[in-house]
Structure formats: structure tokens, C-alpha cells
Design a protein around this ligand. Structure first.
Ligand code: AMP
Ligand code: MG
Length: 432
């Protein structure tokens, strides 16, 4: 059989055995991040953020026993032998509505007309629904019979239709744990406990700098040889989607001075992200300046796209240098920057939500790298099915726009074959 030497043998920097594995690179990067300090915010502003402390209930929920139905509060023993034919007849001695507790005491033979949410009057131990009484009209506005009595037509079980105090949450109970992400349900629970504010880890400020002599901002017409800076906007959008606050540092020309100056503007950020200028051939300028003002390593990561990567610290701030090719930058962001931002936010679930999908197209994977292919995943009755979403060049943004996932072809698999089941990172799924 004809052996074709892989091209990387001729280019030592492309030798997979000299590259860092994606997981090792991610671990090294994540080791440089820790959750940011806590801030107190109004509870609804905490949506999506992570609790910095446990929440211990200072009150019962519900705070008092209350009715789960509209009906009559009774003593269950008064209704023992009741039926349609011979209702238990009780004297109605008062009314209780939500927010208006009745202060009457239920003595044997009496009942209180009660609405959902109203405090159970003393002496009552069951609520009988209107439908199980002979009250005409069965409604909020209907009253007791003209003689001031109500007929109960079913025996009530003790505690029927009563929500006891603390049924949901008991005083002293640890209801939410530090590290939980606040969703609407957690925010509702905090409100039910009477909390107006909550302590969450503050969101990171993430400075974004694009490097490249060829770049001009969107809105500026490119001259010959120039292109619009797409990475600045897409990286900032990914920062925001991950829960960070992007700080735009603009574009730096490929000179040490400009890269250094622009990076200084991001010195008070929690995290610096650059794009471009890290591939073999052109990283030397950037490398020199970065090594001058901080400690930066330049890595080749065993992945495709997104192989060149830089990581280190500038002025004490962690800095990630993403590749310049727009899709390589996006894929590397998802693998390395997203979990770093989540860690700053206090999250512990750092992985991208992943499903198993059956491949409908063949995906080549020569070169022994982990291949992240842009795919469109559809949920079918047979499970998830993944189609390539278009051309897979590292600069082809339109196929990323057409994708909802990144299919992961392992390093040691020369191709993802049609019918194979492989993991897909779902880019638009939020984890709870
Ligand atoms: P580099 O990593 O700087 O060698 O860039 C690799 C490729 O990505 C080149 O074709 C660049 O023109 C392109 N590129 C770099 N930065 C950006 C950017 N911010 N927006 C769009 N394309 C870029
Ligand atoms: Mg460049």
C-alpha cells in the first residue's frame, strides 16, 4: 500500500506530538482563574449570576397554615357521616380571605367561608371545597344558605386542602447553595423568603483587542488589502453571552509599541483577550512585546481550527491570545475563554452542553488533531442528527452562522464516517 507521508513531517511545528492536547491547554488556562469577589445586587439583577454564599431560610414558606382551595374551613370530625342525602349542617360564623385572617374560633358545629391563601382559623382542621357543599352558586360572591348554615356533603379528611406552615421551606433550612446559578426559580425563592438583594460573584470585565495591519472597524470602508475587524465584535458578543462585560480596546497595528499601548488600556480588566498575531511567521513582534511586559507562552494546540494560541499574564492580568482566523478564534474562545469566564463568575459547570449525534456527512480528520466541525444538529425521532453546515475553512464565518454545534472528531480518528455517533458541543444551549 502506498504510504503518503503526512505533510506535518516536513513541518516540525505541525508535529502533533509537539502540540498541547486541548484538555491540557484548558487545564493550564483554568488554573489561572478563580471566582471574583461578591457584590450585593437587587435580586432580579442577579439573573444568570452565581450565588456567593449559601442562603438559609429566616422564615417558613408558607409562613402560616393556609387554604389550598376556595370552600369552608371545618372541623373534620363534624363531617364524618355526611353525604348528598344527609349533609352535615354547620353554622357559618365568618369569612376568611387571602390577606384578611379571620379571628374567630371554630367550635363544634361551625364553619368559616374561606378563600385560597387565607389563614386557617383556629379550631379548623380541614377545608371542604365549595363543590362538596350545598352552597348555591359555588362562587366567591355566593354566600351561605339564607339560614346562615352550610351543608357539607362529603366527609373531610383531617388536614385536607390545608397547606401547613413550612410545607415548602422550613426556617433554618439551607435552601440555596453557594455556587448555584440564579434562574427565575431561585429568584422567586429569594423573594418568597423576603430577600430584596442577593450576594453574587461580580461579572468579569473582559478586554478585547484585535491585532492586524489589515483591519479596519465595521462602518469604515476597507481600502485595497484591508478587511473589516470581525473578531472584535464576535469575541465581544461571546464574552457577553458567557456572562462577562466586554471592554473594547479596538485594533492594534502589528507593531510592538501599538500592541503594548493598547494592552495597557486593558490593565484594569479581569481578563484580556487578543486575536491574531499568534501563528508561526508573524507572532514574533507580538511575542517580543508580550514577553517584555508580562509572561506569555505561545502554544500549538492539537486542534483544528484554532491551533495557535498564546496564554499568560500582562501586568498581572490573565491574557489569552486567540488565532486571527475568525472561526479559529471562535472555536478557541468556546474551548478556553468561555470556561475561564464561567470560572470567574463562580460557576463550577464549565463544560459546553454536549449531545451525541449521528453523522449524516463524512468529516475528514487528517493530521492527528481534535477537529471541531461546524454542524447543524436536528432532533429527530431517532435522536440527534448532525449535518455539516458548509465549508470548513478556518476563515469561513457563514458556515459558523449556519451551525448550532461543533462536532468533535477525536485526535485519533482519521475521519468521522456517515452513521457514526460523535459528541457535538451545542453552542446555543444555556446550562441551568
Ligand atoms: P493572523 O493570525 O494574524 O495571522 O491572521 C490569520 C487570518 O485571520 C488572516 O487572514 C487575517 O487577515 C485574519 N484576521 C486576523 N484578525 C482578524 C480580525 N480581527 N477580523 C477578521 N479577520 C481577521
Ligand atoms: Mg495578523
Amino acid at each position: 500500500m502506498l504510504q503518503i507521508a503526512p505533510t506535518w513531517e516536513a513541518r516540525p511545528w505541525d508535529d502533533p506530538s509537539r502540540m498541547l492536547c486541548v484538555d491540557v491547554a484548558r487545564e493550564r488556562i483554568l488554573a489561572a482563574f478563580a471566582p471574583l469577589p461578591a457584590v450585593r445586587v437587587p435580586i432580579i439583577d442577579g439573573l444568570g449570576f452565581v450565588l456567593a454564599t449559601d442562603v438559609v431560610a429566616g422564615t417558613d414558606i408558607p409562613p402560616f397554615a393556609n387554604s389550598a382551595m376556595d370552600g369552608f374551613a371545618v372541623r373534620a370530625e363534624d363531617t364524618l357521616d355526611s353525604s348528598d342525602a344527609s349533609p352535615a349542617r354547620l353554622r357559618v360564623i365568618g369569612q376568611a380571605a387571602a390577606g384578611y385572617p379571620s379571628d374567630v374560633l371554630l367550635l363544634p358545629g361551625t364553619a368559616v367561608r374561606i378563600m385560597t391563601g387565607a389563614t386557617i382559623p383556629a379550631g379548623a382542621d380541614a377545608v371542604v371545597r365549595f363543590e362538596e357543599t350545598d352552597e348555591a352558586g359555588h362562587g366567591v360572591t355566593a354566600g351561605a344558605g339564607s339560614d346562615g348554615t352550610i351543608g357539607i356533603m362529603r366527609p373531610a379528611k383531617p388536614w385536607a386542602n390545608i397547606r401547613p406552615a413550612g410545607e415548602d421551606v422550613r426556617t433554618g433550612q439551607r435552601v440555596l447553595l453557594a455556587g448555584s446559578r440564579l434562574r427565575p426559580a431561585e429568584i422567586g425563592l429569594l423573594a418568597a423568603l423576603g430577600r430584596a438583594t442577593v450576594l453574587v460573584h461580580r461579572p468579569p470585565r473582559v478586554a478585547v483587542l484585535a491585532t492586524g495591519d489589515e483591519l479596519v472597524d465595521p462602518g469604515v470602508a476597507p481600502r485595497p488589502g484591508q478587511i473589516n475587524n470581525s473578531n472584535g465584535a464576535s469575541v465581544a458578543a461571546m464574552v457577553r453571552r458567557s456572562g462577562g462585560e466586554p471592554v473594547m480596546l479596538g485594533i492594534a497595528r502589528d507593531t510592538p509599541e501599538e500592541v503594548r499601548d493598547k494592552l495597557r488600556a486593558g490593565a484594569d480588566a479581569d481578563f484580556l483577550i487578543t486575536t491574531g498575531g499568534v501563528s508561526v511567521g508573524d507572532y514574533d513582534i507580538v511575542k517580543d512585546v508580550l514577553c517584555d511586559v508580562g509572561q506569555i507562552d505561545f502554544w500549538q494546540v492539537r486542534m483544528k481550527p484554532g491551533k495557535p494560541l498564546a496564554f499568560g499574564h500582562i501586568h498581572g492580568t490573565p491574557m489569552l491570545g486567540l488565532p486571527g482566523n475568525p472561526v479559529a478564534a471562535a472555536v478557541a474562545f468556546e474551548q478556553f475563554a468561555r470556561p475561564a469566564i464561567l470560572k470567574l463568575l463562580g460557576r463550577t459547570d464549565l463544560a459546553i452542553p454536549t449531545v451525541l449525534a449521528r453523522l449524516a456527512d463524512r468529516v475528514e480528520n487528517r493530521g492527528g488533531r481534535r477537529h471541531f466541525a461546524r454542524v447543524r444538529v436536528d432532533a429527530t425521532v431517532e435522536g440527534y442528527v448532525a449535518h455539516l453546515s458548509g465549508a470548513q475553512g478556518a476563515g469561513v464565518l457563514s458556515s459558523l452562522a449556519a451551525a448550532n454545534g461543533l462536532l468533535v472528531v477525536p485526535e485519533d480518528l482519521p475521519a468521522g464516517e456517515v452513521g457514526m455517533t460523535l459528541p457535538v458541543q451545542m453552542l446555543d444551549w444555556e446550562v441551568g
